[in-house]
Design a protein around this ligand. Structure first.
Ligand code: ADP
Length: 398
């Protein structure tokens, strides 16, 4: 069955058409600047030329109409008619406590996702717009929602509660939810498969290091802790997000800089992380890696602080699980930056980790980067959230 995977943001929409039997991507692309001047669709059939078309997209319905048109285009399309698309899988950011699993989308589910809007005001409404647009254009095609938070719903209470008055949990469901769950789930399973070990027998730590970054602890196939919280701002230092800080800094900065709460939150979300730490050198790890190699002190500071935080979380999760068998690096930085993997692993001698320098030079491959006999295995595993969404969709539609 061909499955259309949709990741809908407020002004962009990424899509992939994936065949669920061969697990191959047949075509993919992105619509950008939806509802803004200069909207553009980029479309690429597998093995074919990428084409960019600037065309008006006043709303998401029009964007999805253009995606479907590209997929059935007689010259560059990949299917003859929309009947060849068996289902649509939607990435949904926040499922709150309501959605611990992927689910077939019904009117009741849509109402449930709407109830989670408060928890992800930038993301969930955009995801819903994508769902409604598909409903309009492909009314008889089944749709599945796959939630970024679902994998983390197995965390025990002591891992997801904050040290705040309990009434705020009761009234507003303020707790740790975690994100990137589809990636943490896919990568941990894939690592077990590559090692030829039973997923349910392992203690694993997954470091998803991209622009957004999070760590999770996966014990016997279930998530037991993760570094992102109520929102994706908590935990690791990220591209532009600050991660863990003393919450009193918010008030301190507001007074010193004369900023209101929205302005402070913009600093924490958009101007911090390795971008802020490197004194605005870059949020892109390729630039930071190059800066580090030439001894730029801003790049060195950013990468050292970033890596130290990752190592601290690994230590915390090894403690939480009373040990760790496998540590995985994934996403843009985790898959492609040997320097960061080395800097993190330099802290982990106490876990008996012995890096294989040659294997660690590889980028974007499923590979163990420790030597055989290393007490803990460290791996680099490329993530594939779209494939994970397609698998979930196929499972629920069959
Ligand atoms: P997100 O999905 O959160 O936007 P990604 O997982 O795509 O992020 O990761 C983006 C980050 O990965 C960027 O900082 C980028 O520099 C880094 N990255 C991607 N490819 C490479 C590469 N080949 N070498 C080093 N860093 C890379």
């Amino acid at each position: 069955m061909n499955i259309l995977v949709i990741n809908c943001g407020s002004s962009s929409l990424k899509f992939q058409l994936i065949n669920s039997e061969s697990e191959q991507c047949i075509a993919k692309g992105i619509c950008e600047r939806i509802g803004i001047d200069g909207s553009m669709i980029t479309y690429a059939p597998a093995g074919g030329e990428k084409e960019k078309t600037v065309t008006p997209m006043p709303d998401h319905t029009e964007a999805i109409r253009l995606v479907l048109e590209a997929l059935v285009n007689p010259h560059t399309g990949v299917v003859k008619s929309l009947d060849e698309i068996g289902a649509v899988g939607h990435r949904i950011v926040h499922g709150g406590e309501k959605f611990a699993q992927s689910t077939l989308i019904t009117d009741e589910v849509i109402a449930g996702i709407e109830e989670c809007n408060d928890l992800a005001p930038l993301h969930n409404p955009a995801n819903l717009i994508g769902i409604n647009a598909c409903k309009k254009l492909m009314s008889s095609t089944p749709m599945v929602g796959v939630f970024d938070t679902a994998f983390h719903q197995t965390m025990p209470e002591e891992a997801y509660m904050y040290g705040l008055p309990y009434e705020y949990y009761q009234k507003y469901r303020i707790r740790r939810y975690g994100f990137h769950g589809t990636s943490h789930s896919y990568v941990s399973r894939r690592a077990a498969e590559v090692l030829g070990k039973k997923y349910e027998d392992l203690k694993m730590i997954v470091c998803h290091l991209g622009n957004g970054a999070s760590v999770s602890a996966v014990k016997n196939g279930k998530c037991v802790d993760t570094s992102m919280g109520l929102t994706p701002l908590e935990g690791l230092i990220m591209g532009t997000r600050c991660g863990d800080i003393d919450p009193a800094i918010v008030e301190f900065l507001a007074h010193k800089e004369g900023k209101n709460i929205d302005e402070i939150m913009a600093v924490l979300n958009k101007k911090s992380g390795v971008l802020g730490l490197s004194d605005n050198l870059s949020s892109d790890f390729r630039d930071l890696e190059a800066g580090y190699e030439r001894g730029d002190e801003n790049a060195v500071r950013a990468l050292k602080t970033f890596s130290y935080r990752v190592a601290k979380y690994i230590g915390a999760y090894a403690a939480a699980m009373n040990g760790v068998d496998v540590i995985c690096f994934t996403a843009g930085v985790g898959e492609n930056t040997p320097l960061v993997r080395t800097m993190v692993c330099d802290y982990l001698g106490y876990l008996g980790i012995r890096l294989d320098e040659e294997a660690n030079r590889k980028r974007g491959e499923d590979v163990a980067i420790t030597v055989p006999g290393s007490a803990t295995t460290v791996m680099s595993i490329p993530t594939n959230e779209e494939l994970a969404i397609a698998r979930e969709t196929a499972r629920l539609v069959k």
